[in-house]
Design a protein around this ligand. Structure first.
Ligand code: FNR
Length: 413
């Protein structure tokens, strides 16, 4: 914490410019220049007019600190204990799919950077590397590095069960079940570029290495098989598909079709949550809740944490900003389980605001993907910036211990 902060300041004072921009908007601009138009559309884009993407950021602007002075306390420790493990900070990397769009090493690079900083990493169901390889990469940096597996509940429970067994075997300490993406949102930027990574075989590593999914490839698909038409976009994707199918293009196309046919699950209900709860002994975190009623139900059902998120504004355009939904959920949960949040977090000060409103841990999303355009080093730099600013902010608003953060520091209650 403090050492990193001092190092960053010292570099600045010596007139050295950082390779990865510190100012969040400069980071975003520089990342955009390094990304392909397709990658940028997918990473930065959101649903519809992207009003919720904007609302997420705007909400952070609306809350303002009332710092306390003269507390006579040393800077606080950022360490927290959650699920019986020590986290370097109440911060984690949110699950993000298709990281290969940002860097060839994708999840491996991001996970290594997280492990190095002691920050938990959530592996996406749509990752670019198998969860076992990501676990190994993290172990190489820090044995026992904290990792979660994010699950999309497809219509094939055999695959769901297989994913859970694999996560348990590879030392994942929890399952994050994302329930706001039973279908992909309406994403105009991707539509205008005729680009959806999954249809090119990207972000399918978890499936292409899964015994249950591969076995099911031999079964005929129920219902009409989604057509994969030969388009310019698909032709460009042929090398990816070839790799995805390990040199067998027909098999790769079959896998993509099966993925498309089983991924969407509009009928997903509390019944499946209960089933996942019963299927795995790992802590279960329900991601994508915004309504206090859903949070109440989740706690009653026995989840281990509630995760407030609107998926970075990528699903429902016009959904409430996650930060604005947080207090209602925190009230409904009433301290029975920890509440996590993401969507719109850009800085360490943002993290402090979410904590003040009752989050126990906060997820960093797009900013770390922007860092990933510089590889592992870039993710590490972004984490340093956020952690350093978080520590400084806590010290400057007069918080000696994380537990002292509360709505009163934002002028509320
Ligand atoms: C996501 N998110 C996401 N969530 C999830 O549960 N599984 C996933 O595979 C993905 N994939 C994904 C890809 C990209 C490119 C983005 C930007 C986001 C949502 C993610 O976990 C988180 O909720 C948001 O990123 C938070 O919003 P901000 O802070 O990034 O704007």
């Amino acid at each position: 914490g403090r050492k990193v902060q001092q190092a960053i300041y010292l570099e600045g004072l010596l007139g050295r410019r950082p390779k990865v921009p510190v100012y969040p908007e400069a980071l975003e601009r520089a990342a955009r220049r390094r990304a392909s138009p397709e990658a940028w559309a997918y990473i930065a884009g959101g649903a519809g007019l992207e009003r919720t993407v904007a609302a997420n950021l705007e909400a952070f602007r609306r809350y303002a600190f009332r710092p306390r002075m003269l507390r006579g306390a040393p800077p606080p420790s950022l360490e927290v204990e959650l699920f019986g493990r020590r986290w370097a900070a109440p911060l984690f990397l949110a699950p993000i799919g298709v990281l290969e769009l940002a860097h060839r090493k994708g999840d491996l690079a991001a996970a290594r950077a997280a492990a190095q900083k002691g920050v938990p990493f959530m592996v996406s169901n749509q990752s670019s590397y198998p969860l076992e390889a990501i676990a190994e990469a993290m172990e190489g940096v820090r044995p026992g590095a904290i990792r979660f597996f994010q699950l999309y509940h497809s219509t094939d429970f055999r695959v769901v069960r297989s994913f859970l067994r694999r996560a348990e075997a590879a030392g994942y300490m929890g399952v994050v079940l994302t329930v706001d993406t039973v279908q992909l949102g309406w994403r105009p930027r991707d539509l205008d570029l005729g680009h959806l990574p999954f249809l090119k075989g990207q972000g399918l590593a978890q499936y292409l290495t899964d015994p249950a999914f591969l076995a099911a490839l031999e079964e005929p698909l129920e219902g009409p098989a989604p057509k994969v038409r030969l388009s310019p976009a698909l032709l460009r994707a042929l090398p990816t598909l070839w790799r995805a199918g390990k040199g067998n293009l027909a098999r790769a196309l079959k896998a993509v079709r099966r993925f498309v046919a089983t991924y969407s699950f509009p009928e997903l209900s509390w019944e499946e949550v209960r089933r996942v709860r019963e299927e795995t002994p790992l802590p279960l975190i329900l991601k994508g809740l915004l309504h206090p009623g859903d949070a109440e139900r989740a706690v009653e059902l026995g989840v281990d944490a509630v995760y407030v998120s609107n998926h970075g504004g990528r699903q429902v355009d016009g959904a409430v900003a996650a930060l604005d939904a947080l207090p209602g959920v925190v009230r409904a949960v009433g301290g029975r389980v920890p509440v996590f949040m993401d969507s719109g977090v850009r800085t360490g000060a943002d993290v402090a605001k979410a904590l003040a409103l009752g989050a126990k841990a906060v997820g960093l999303g797009r900013p770390y993907v922007y860092g990933l355009l510089w590889g592992e080093e870039g993710v590490g730099a972004v984490l340093d910036y956020v952690l350093a600013e978080l520590e400084l902010t806590l010290a400057l608003v007069g918080v000696g211990r994380l537990e002292e953060l509360g709505p009163h520091l934002l002028g509320l209650d």
